[in-house]
Design a protein around this ligand. Sequence first.
Ligand SMILES: NC(=O)C1=CN([C@@H]2O[C@H](COP(=O)(O)OP(=O)(O)OC[C@H]3O[C@@H](n4cnc5c(N)ncnc54)[C@H](OP(=O)(O)O)[C@@H]3O)[C@@H](O)[C@H]2O)[C@H](O)CC1
Ligand code: K
Length: 509
Amino acid sequence: MYVVTGGEMHQIDRYTMEQIGLSEEMLMENAGQVFKEKLLSLIQANEKIIVFIGAGNNGGDGFVISRLLLERGCDVKVWVIPSENRIRGTACKHKDIYKKCGYSFQHWQGKEGLAEKDLSKATLVVDALLGTGIEGPLKEPYGEVISLINSAKKRVISVDIPSGIPNGGDEESRGILASETYTLQAPKLSAFTFPSAENYGQLHVLDIGIPSRSFQKAGIKRELITAHTVKDTLPVREMNSHKGKAGKALVIAGSESMPGAAVLTANACLRAGAGLLSLAIPQSIQTIVASQSTESTFIVLENTKGSISPNAFSDAISFNNFHGVAIGPGLGRANSYPLFKTLQPYSGLVVIDADGLYHLSQELPLWRSEQRQGATIITPHPGEMAMLTALSVAEVEQNRFEVSKSFAKTYQMYVVLKGPYTIITTPEGHQYVNTTGNASLAKGGSGDVLTGIILGFLLQHKSIQDALCNAVYVHGITADRLMENLDTFSVVATDLIDTLPIVLRSARY
Ligand SMILES: NC(=O)C1=CN([C@@H]2O[C@H](COP(=O)(O)OP(=O)(O)OC[C@H]3O[C@@H](n4cnc5c(N)ncnc54)[C@H](OP(=O)(O)O)[C@@H]3O)[C@@H](O)[C@H]2O)[C@H](O)CC1
Ligand SMILES: [K+]
């Protein structure tokens, strides 16, 4: 499933209409039909519905939905915000069809008090005020209508996008606070960027019949990771496999103040399929880490002040014995820069996380792909991405797609920008959005587990992007599985590792 900007969606619509020949009237009718079917499956027999309609085609969808609900005998009050002469084109055609079927509506202008009364009696609000055609700051009376709806605290179902939010997700969000949003054909960027994502409530996608050819012609390179894509791309371990063939992983992690990060990364990596795992850790934490990671082997390094000594590393290890390396979790910044630097000439896969990202930010150009033979994968959270790009966290959050893409293309790296909707970007700029996971992942250690799964999966998959998509999906769905028995407050990173094997099995079948 593709993810689009409002502008791209308009381009896709135009191709569908002009080149494929599906008319806008038909698409709007389809949108209304599928929305109505969905709504009927959600509502009670005595539901009191109020529909708010705006000037554009989102409002046009509102006329179709209202007509179809009234045809089914539902209790529906329809409020139209602009004067009738402002409703043009296809929306106007569907307004006329609505009227010719014998239905009427109220005008907002001058009857605001009555609208408020109707709203107070309603049990469900359908928001068909504004869609992807919004430009610039919200104009009145839409701001007033939206405030009224939000303050009524009703169940609000938005058509396509919550009215009033910028569909590119790049401006301050002020719009409808929906309980659910039924988006048409493809999710929009604003559903995965902040703060606009918070307006959506639960996001669902309705297929209104726009062919995939229209998306391909528009050259859309953003997709959602789905259970299907994961199932199709999770590799199967060959019968004649052995531990060396299943991937030799090296994890460089941990310090006296963060020994658990090494344990979590290593154990997650093993659970994600690595055949052999070596942990490079400072000598002072070896006993404690070894007691909690039975299957790991160890490269024990001299330590200085609780972390790996700056002198210990270069001749202690032969990177070329490994198929992939993850560096960073719990490493500490103080002494680990020389160690980080020795990894740059290594020709295998390198996953950089946490304190490794801090070192990377000091010498970014050295890590551009043409300076390295192997692929570089970075796993920043928004704060780390802000550090790497010299932007503010808010700027990163509002422009997650653009910031990741620009960074991945400039440095020719794979970027896994973590967050409630983790985005994976390839060096070519293809993007994949993850929707699994929940608030329980906002806890120390869950990032270390992800790094471990990523390294484990990288060694099992032929395609780097499949490995990253599947790792992020599985990490999230493991947290979702834990919610069947636990509360978001109580999940700890170790729970993720313990549950991963069951989830991995069901993701495959
Ligand atoms: N393929 C599909 O997904 C289909 C989607 N459909 C629906 O169509 C909308 C997009 O329709 P569009 O007409 O382009 O846009 P809007 O419904 O958002 O309305 C635009 C009008 O809103 C007014 N406007 C613009 N900016 C503002 C603002 N800042 N504040 C207030 N009002 C604003 C303006 O009207 P004026 O009269 O004021 O000029 C715009 O004309 C999409 O979201 C889907 O819901 C179709 O059903 C077909 C298939
Ligand atoms: K809307």
